[in-house]
Every structure is written in C-alpha cells, then in structure tokens.
Design a binder for this molecule. Structure first.
Ligand code: HEM
Length: 405
C-alpha cells in the first residue's frame, strides 16, 4: 500500500493477484487490524478494519451507523456525485439505522424465510436448466456471464417481484444496464439508468395495483394501501432488491465456476456428490468475498474496537474480504470445499446481514451443481490471466467468462 501525504496507508490497495487479496491487507490484519487510512477516492481518512473479530464488533454494534447522509460517512466520491444529482441508489433499508431499519426489516423478513425460499428451489432449477439447455445448443466458445450468470439471478428476481413474462426481456436489458452502470464510472450514466428503472417500477406498481398477484411487489402495494410504506418506498425497495440481488449473485456464479475449474479435485467431488453443494458455496463465498470496497459505517459514539478508540463522526470501512481470510475463522487463503465455514462475513453480520442470503445460497448451489453435472467437459476458453476481472474497487467479479465444453 503506497504512503499517503500524511504517511498513512492509502485505500484501496492495488490488486496484483486478481483472485487473491492485496498483500498489504494481510499484513495490516496481522499487525494493525484496526488502522487509519487515507481514502484514494475523494480524499479524507477513515478506519480500516481487517480482522475478523474486530469486523464483527463494528457490524454488530449500534454505535456505528449505515446512514450515508451522516457527516463523516466514508461514501465513495462517485456515489456521492450520483446522489447529488437527486437519484439515490440506496435510500432504503441498507442505509437505515434501528429503529427505522427494524420496522422495514420486520416487514420484509417473512418474504425471505427458509420455507418460502426452499419452495422456490424447483423454479430456480427450472430457470437454470432452461439457460443451460440453450447454452448447450450453441457452438463453443461462449461467454458464461452473458448466457448464464447474469440472466439467472435476474429471472429469479422477476419471480420474486412478480414481473410478467412479457416484460422479462425488457426487464433483463434494463437490469443489466443498471447493474453494470457503476463500473462505467460515469455519474450521468448511473443516474440515467437508475431513473429508467424507477420509471419501470412505477409503471409495474401501477399495473399490480390494478391486478394484484401472489408476489412481493403486490404485497408491498398492500402495505402501501394501509400506510406502512409510501409509494416511493415501494419503488426504492424494488430497485434495492434488484441491485443487491442481481450483480452480487451473478459475480459469485462466475467466480465460483473459475475457482472450481482451477481446483479440478473439488469440481469432480461436487459433480459426484451434489450434497457437497452447500459447503462448496460457503467456501466460494468466503474465499472470493464479493464486496471488495468493504462495508461502510460511521461511528455515532466514541467506541473502542480491538483496543483502538474510534471517535464519533469518524468513518469506518469493514474489509470483509480480508476478515474472511483471518486465521481466527479457522481458514485462510487456501480453498477447501470440505471445510464449509458458515460464520464467514460474506453476507455481512449483525442487523444488516444480507436479507436475500438464503435465496443467494439456493441460486449458487443450483448454478454450480447444474454446471458441474450438465457440462462435464467445461473449460476456460482463454488462459486464466486473460479473463477480464472487474476492477471498479467495489465489487469483485469477472466481466466475461469465455468457456468451451
Ligand atoms: C452472493 C450474493 C450476495 C452477497 C455476497 C450479498 C452480500 C450482502 C452484504 C455483505 C450485505 C450487508 C451490507 C451492510 O452491512 O452494509 C447485504 C445486504 C443486503 N442484501 Fe445481499 N448479498 C447477496 C445477494 C442478495 C440477494 C439475492 C438479495 C435479494 C434478493 C439481497 C438483498 C439484500 C438486502 C435487501 C440487503 C440489506 C439488508 C439490510 O440492510 O437489512 N442480497 N448483502
């Protein structure tokens, strides 16, 4: 990590190994798991938390706020520019603190409980089979991101929200634009696609009002009718679910496939015994932790974390990618699907822990087992070094995954 003007390490550090974490983070985790850093994007300073125990302390404490409008919140400069243009991406749930957050979370949680999500498994399998059948009919090579990893979670969210079949091609195009816009680095482009999606959600909400179905959007409209949600909140929540659940799962599918191709023993074991799916997915999530830019908070009271005083108003970045490779978790840099560590932080920790994690797990389990079994000769069509890795400093993943079979 290069030194900043105030002799502080700068964040983020440059990645040298696309599928590992920068060495600087490992060194910090060992020596100073809570440390002050200078932020490259937008300047300013924040605390960087790289240790597993310390990460849980911050994420599990009400003394740290998720409200990006609070002074001192370490918001990325790009997102700040977008919000200044009046089109906030994440105005709801994920950026709220208790007790306001608790009210929304209570409303949404029943939608993502295990019975409901396990009930969706056959539909997820059907969607995956349909996409893989189509892929199998093509002549290799093909891009697994465009043909499978991106459309699978998008179609699953369509099921959850109740997007009609006739709208799906349009929804797919729009959601793809929405989830890829942040990587373009253009605030204008982000605002444009966020607005396009909002207009679509408003139109869909109006149709659901006239003709309700057995879906989450129709239920949210019922909550709107009794005054539990405003119309804006319904639209924002729909947009959050798409954003939080689409690109995350898509990137994880791509990374999972690469990890398995790079570990043929693990791939063969999974192919032979689909019971290994749950452990495999946990290990993929831990090893290739998606949110590279860390989870962001601001302290609302003076608090000690790992013996370090963090003062009210100071920003904190919890680097779950580094914490997930902390020896305290019983696992480090190596990938081992038989370990199945469950208490990793890939879905966060505490009251903001991922609402859609059970759904993401089902999607990932179905995706990886289906590919392993239906494409026994799957291989990368280019050397690993040529796979285009996302490099926007926020999410980890691959832009394209050319494969043959
Ligand atoms: C592999 C896929 C996924 C990963 C790695 C992931 C990761 C995360 C993480 C780390 C957080 C915590 C953010 C924080 O503490 O600031 C989070 C929150 C959230 N996720 Fe996910 N997520 C995934 C899939 C999904 C899916 C499929 C959905 C919904 C369909 C979803 C919906 C949400 C929502 C609504 C929140 C906010 C929860 C709250 O603030 O209470 N996520 N996710």
């Amino acid at each position: 990590m290069a030194s900043g003007t105030a002799d502080l390490p700068t964040f983020p550090a440059k990645r040298t190994d696309p599928f590992g974490i920068p060495r600087e983070y490992t060194a910090l985790r060992e020596e100073r798991p809570v440390t002050r850093v200078r932020l490259q994007e937008g300047g300013g300073e924040a605390w960087l938390v790289t240790g597993y125990r310390q990460a849980r302390e911050v994420l599990g404490s009400r003394r740290f706020s998720s409200d990006a409008t609070k002074p001192g919140f370490p918001q990325s400069a790009r997102l700040r520019q977008v919000e200044q243009r009046g089109e906030t991406f994440l105005r709801t749930l994920i950026r709220m603190d208790p007790p306001e957050h608790t009210r929304y979370r209570r409303m949404m949680s029943p939608e993502f409980v295990i019975q409901r999500i396990e009930g969706m498994r056959p539909q997820v399998q059907e969607i995956a089979d349909g996409l893989l059948d189509e892929l199998g009919r093509r002549t290799p090579p093909a891009d697994l991101v465009q043909s499978f990893a991106l459309p699978l979670p998008s179609l699953v969210i369509c099921e959850v929200l109740g997007v009609p079949l006739s709208d799906r091609p349009r929804f797919e195009t729009m959601s793809r634009r929405l989830v890829t816009a942040p990587a373009t680095n253009s605030p204008d482009r982000i605002v444009e696609v966020a607005r396009e999606f909002r207009l679509y959600m408003e139109d869909l909400a109006a149709r659901k009002l006239a003709e309700p179905g057995d879906d989450l959007l129709s239920r949210m409209i019922e909550w709107e009718k009794v005054g539990d949600l405003t119309h804006e909140e319904v639209v924002d929540m729909g947009r959050l679910l798409l954003l939080a659940g689409h690109v995350t799962t898509a990137n994880m599918i791509g990374l999972g496939v690469i990890l398995l191709l790079e570990h043929p023993g693990a791939l063969a074991a999974l192919r032979a015994d689909p019971e290994l799916a749950a452990n495999t997915v946990e290990e993929v999530l831990r090893h290739q932790t998606l949110i590279q830019g860390g989870l962001r908070r601001v302290a609302v009271e003076d608090t000690e974390v790992g013996g370090q005083l963090i003062r009210a108003g100071e920003g904190v970045i919890v680097l779950i990618a580094a914490a997930n490779r902390d020896g305290a978790l019983g696992s480090g840099d190596e990938f081992d699907i038989r370990r199945g560590v469950r208490h990793h932080l890939a879905f966060g920790y505490g009251f903001h822990q991922c609402l859609g994690q059970l759904l993401a797990r089902v999607e990932l389990q179905v995706a990886l087992v289906s590919i392993a079994q239906q494409f026994p000769n799957l291989a990368l069509a280019v050397p690993l070094e040529q796979v285009a890795v996302r490099d926007d400093g926020f999410l980890h993943g691959v832009r394209e995954l050319p494969v043959t079979w």
